[in-house]
Design a protein around this ligand. Sequence first.
Ligand code: 13P
Length: 338
Amino acid sequence: MAMNVELLERTAAELVASGKGILAADESNGTMSNRLIAVGVEPSAEARRAYRSNIFATQGYESAISGVILFDETIRQTMDDGTPIPEYLASRGIHPGIKVDTGAKELANYSGEKITEGLDGLRERCAEYFQMGARFAKWRAVIRIGEGMPSVACFSTNSHALARYASICQEQGLVPIIEPEVLMEGSHDAQRCYDVTAEVLKRTWTECRNQGVHLPGVLLKPNMIMPGKGCPDKGSRDEVARMTVECLTSQVPKEVPGIVFLSGGQSDEDATAHLNLMNAMDIDHPWELSYSYGRALLAHALQTWAEGSNEASQNAFKHRANMNSLARSGDWKVELEN
Ligand code: 13P
């Protein structure tokens, strides 16, 4: 099957259209269940559906959200009125997306490191998801910094798998979001995060080029450049923004249409402020700088939903979506948070 370059480029451009970004609601059943337990809700397929369908039914967020990443369970679930979730999102002008990796597993012979799995049967799964309405996909590689980590084995296996995933998605009409996440866990400084991120990006683009991935039809989902959670020097928001744009400028090919950051455990406001600073900076870059946040869009919405209010949950989500939409153009201000 020949790749539909025109469809891929159009979808990618729509996902990073002005003022818009992506909602990552693709937590695996295990992760979502843990989040429900943490706010005192008994986890079940119905609890996950009820919480997420309420978020998706929020009025007026189409101006801030271009696509929603779903998990396999969710793409098969329905809204309260029985409409399939992907069909409902598409009717609101929002692209349904799908997490297609099957999780980060132990990397053989490299204790503490991970390799993301899910390539077996991926072509058939992508074809089914496309039939269900999905137009983009996500695959997350996990890179941990530590003593002797990341290893060359971790870099090379994960970047190779990201490129294999990307080419299969493109063949099947799905825009691949390429996510090599350098974790914030650890006591490393920001420069170490910069160096590791630069290395994984470099290797990933080399693999993508070697495997014929069409760069104008992908999106990159990276971490920002920050010190590890255990580093005593926290750095400033300005430093995060400056180092991140510098690292990406040195490594991301200009053909890539957009960069959609993960929030990775940053506070809601930090995730917005960092993106805002990057877009306000007086530096020309060829790609759009946007968001594909999970926790930074939904942490408060989950808490309020668990407290019993569907409406408060929708309002919390909409507020964060609007704040991040403003950050796309450098127009967010801290006063707007109150
Ligand atoms: P966070 O924004 O919560 O990091 O989630 C984004 C995501 O999809 C990670 O794979």
